[in-house]
Design a protein around this ligand. Structure first.
Ligand code: HEC
Length: 705
């Protein structure tokens, strides 16, 4: 296949391109009205974050001005809004829905989510039939149907305008975390949803569910975590084991309405990092699952990680596009991954456009573990993030930094992608636990078949703790439920995951219970922990902070623990807190999916302090995706330390414009036309960088009149 593709000559390609462009123009004229809007999460039904608007283009983008700003509260804000006929629909940081005049930022209406906690809510869905127009939104474990014109709940939908997403999960349902981080997709008169759940302890079994947009009734359901007798059940010992859950779809889906196909990317199975209780490949975890959008029936799937031991969720929604393969135009689905791969498949059949090999992988795992013998690796495109690290590829910021990094690396298990996490020894994780690709998604230049993906490019590390040491009950609960983020030694991974050292004493039990049960920011609620258990965690945390030995030792409950406990997410950093690998630490990549070759790659982001020392092109961690327009532009925020919003030339990768946002633009921008002009809007918030200004807002840019 590859050879044939390479043999395809340039003239042929441009001929097909010309054909496509004229076809695309035809389509866009027919749907010209639609393009003024941003109707879907991902912009349009393809989820390609591409707009045919071109009033803002390469020559005038440097004149963009901030024209309005809407204050959305405090905390994180990751929403990609919708725009329908001049009204922008978005969330505040406490999950109220707001309808804003898209041309001037004034509030039309605001719903009341009654939510006290912050949860990431990355988008909304819109449905229309005749006069009836509805916005579907989520807060906590509810899905709401709101009147798009007034914000009033639609009373005939579910229970007075909302349904409880914990329905159907049996007697433990109330203890489960079931939140929609990404919106449902609309197909005819159903809204198809996935959810986020906890990744340790009690977690909900992954399901795709289609609810009637009128009544909220469940129309169909597909068990991503198979029940007895379901397809895929043979890849588990027994999914009725309460320690097993997940394989849930949280990143967002797309529907091909013509083929009536639904594309569902899924997350890992729980427990994330020790899989001794879940021997087998664990379908449909870490998979792209393709279903019949009308019935929920199975069509095909691709599993990117068998028996995942690294939390390699599919964190990005898939993108639909058309490429030229072996001289023919083929409708494909592209799926990016945390491990830095893009997989491309023919939509109908699941045929891989670029061959994917099953490669034998490292088998040295914790006792009682069953690592998969092989893992899939696509031959093309080349990974967009580093997957291997040698001592020659460490930071050379200073001789001391380099020396220390070499020493640390030498102490780690460093054997490449898909190496099981070692027991009581740090294992290098590259790309890190946050990818590679993340939840912001990717964009496609529809006319050229170019796929744009921003990526993190730094190493993390972690280990499994052997059950050898005696643990108090509080400690064991802490290690099971909290350590993955706050670290086994409670030092966290600031700024994203705060340290809990000297913290518990200043938080009373009630606030701790509210926080742990309800979640906050990136911290998911853990409703399965009861009050007593949370108090035990608090007591243990306090005992660790006091000079005296633990005042009370609680009895160990071995049933609560998986055999080996994850010691926490740790970034591989140098003494000053910068990544210990050589830059770039974050990149923006343009990949031609007709050929699998890169068009360009740029570092994305800078650290203000390093820039002052002359290190300007380091790239940084980035969250939130790109937007591509027919004006030849790629807009992206995403970088967490420099608070920049940038526009690149989508063809050459040249930076054409940048401006500083009030807070980091860690969300995917959108574009639309309102009141006769093209606007670009991005959500920004301060929660990722605690040292910067705090707040959250939507900001809108436009050319001067
Ligand atoms: C998935 C990651 C994750 C897990 C698991 C987690 N946390 Fe957190 N936690 C966070 C993040 C992120 C924050 C910061 C939230 C914010 O303010 O936006 C946080 C904040 C906190 C805070 C407030 C810290 C401060 O300085 O304000 C406390 C206390 C806390 N967590 C306790 C716990 C306890 C106890 C557990 C286990 C029962 C736990 N967390 C589990 C990620 C996590």
């Amino acid at each position: 296949v590859t050879d044939y593709r390479q043999a395809l000559t340039q003239p042929h390609q441009s001929l097909y391109r010309a054909l496509f462009v004229s076809l695309a123009l035809h389509v866009s004229f027919a749907g010209a009205e639609r393009d003024d809007n941003w109707l879907h999460y991902g912009g349009n039904a393809n989820g390609d974050r591409y707009s045919t608007l071109s009033e803002i283009h390469r020559e005038n983008v440097d004149q963009l001005e901030l024209v309005w700003k809407f204050d959305a509260g405090t905390g994180g804000l990751q929403t990609q809004p919708l725009v329908i006929d001049g009204v922008l629909y978005a969330y505040t940081t406490n999950q109220d829905v707001v309808a804003i005049d898209a041309s001037n930022g004034t509030l039309r209406w605001r719903s009341n989510s009654r939510s006290s906690s912050w949860q990431p809510v990355r988008g909304l869905s819109f449905w229309q039939s005749g006069e009836s127009r509805r916005v579907f939104a989520s807060a906590e474990h509810y899905l709401y149907a709101l009147d798009a014109d007034t914000g009033a709940p639609i009373s005939e939908f579910g229970n007075n305008g909302r349904i409880d997403l914990r329905q159907g999960f049996g007697e433990n349902a109330e203890q489960l975390a079931v939140y929609m981080t990404s919106p449902g997709v609309i197909f005819d008169d159903v809204i198809i949803t996935g959810f986020r759940t906890t990744e340790s302890g009690l977690s909900a079994p992954g399901r795709v569910r289609a609810f009637d947009v009128h009544t909220g009734q469940l129309r169909w359901q597909f068990n991503l975590l198979p029940e007895l007798g379901d397809r895929g059940a043979e890849t588990w010992p027994d999914t009725r084991d309460p320690h097993i859950g997940g394989a849930n779809a949280w990143a967002g889906m797309v529907v091909d309405p013509e083929r009536e196909l639904l594309f569902v990317p899924t997350g890992s199975a729980t427990n994330d990092f020790y899989g001794g209780q879940r021997r087998g490949d664990n379908l449909f975890a870490n998979s792209l699952v393709v279903l019949d959008a009308r019935t929920g029936g199975y069509r095909w799937h691709f599993q990117a990680v068998h028996h995942d031991l690294w939390d390699r969720d599919f964190a990005s929604p898939p993108v639909l596009l058309t490429i030229i393969d072996q001289g023919k135009s083929v409708d494909v689905v592209a799926q990016a991954s945390k491990q830095g791969f893009v997989y491309v498949f023919e939509r109908e059949t699941g045929r891989a456009i670029f061959p994917i090999d099953e490669v034998p992988v490292n088998q040295q795992a914790a006792p009682g573990e069953y690592p998969a013998p092989t893992q899939p690796m696509p031959r093309k495109p080349a990974p967009f993030a580093r997957q291997n690290l040698t001592a020659e590829e460490l930071s050379t910021r200073s001789p001391a930094v380099n020396r220390a990094a070499r020493e640390t690396l030498a102490s780690m298990r460093n054997q490449g992608l898909f190496t099981p996490i070692a027991v009581d020894q740090p294992t290098l994780i590259l790309p890190g636990f946050d990818g590679g690709a993340e939840w912001g998604g990717q964009a496609v230049d529809r006319d050229r078949g170019v796929f744009y993906v921003n990526s993190n490019d730094l190493a993390w590390h972690t280990s499994l703790l052997s059950p050898g040491h005696v643990m108090s009950r509080g400690e064991s609960l802490y290690l099971l439920h909290c350590a993955q983020c706050h670290g086994a030694d409670r030092s966290g991974a600031p700024p994203e995951f705060p340290s809990l050292r000297r913290r518990a004493e200043s938080i009373n039990d009630f606030d701790m219970i509210t926080l742990v049960k309800g979640g906050k920011g990136r911290m998911p609620g853990i409703p399965s922990l009861d009050f007593g258990e949370i108090q035990m965690i608090s007591r243990w945390l306090e005992s660790q902070d006091s000079e005296a030995a633990a005042s009370e030792v609680f009895e160990e409950d071995p049933a609560m623990l998986p055999l080996y406990v994850f010691s926490g997410f740790k970034k591989f950093l140098d003494v000053d807190g910068y990544p210990a690998v050589a830059p770039p630490w974050g990149t923006l990549n343009a990949i031609d999916l007709n050929t699998g070759e890169y068009r360009w790659t740029q570092p994305l982001g800078f650290y203000p302090a390093l820039r002052n020392e002359g290190l300007s092109d380091t790239g940084t961690e980035n969250y939130g995706g790109p937007l591509v327009t027919a004006g030849g532009l790629l807009f992206i925020g995403a970088t967490i330390y420099d608070r920049q919003f940038r526009a690149f030339d989508s063809e050459s990768g040249q930076l054409l414009w940048q401006t500083q946002l009030p807070y980091a633009g860690t969300a995917t921008p959108i574009t639309y036309r309102a009141n006769g002009a093209q606007y670009v809007v991005i959500a920004c918030s301060g929660s990722r960088d605690r040292s910067g200004p705090q707040g959250a807002a939507y900001v809108a840019f436009r050319l001067p009149r």
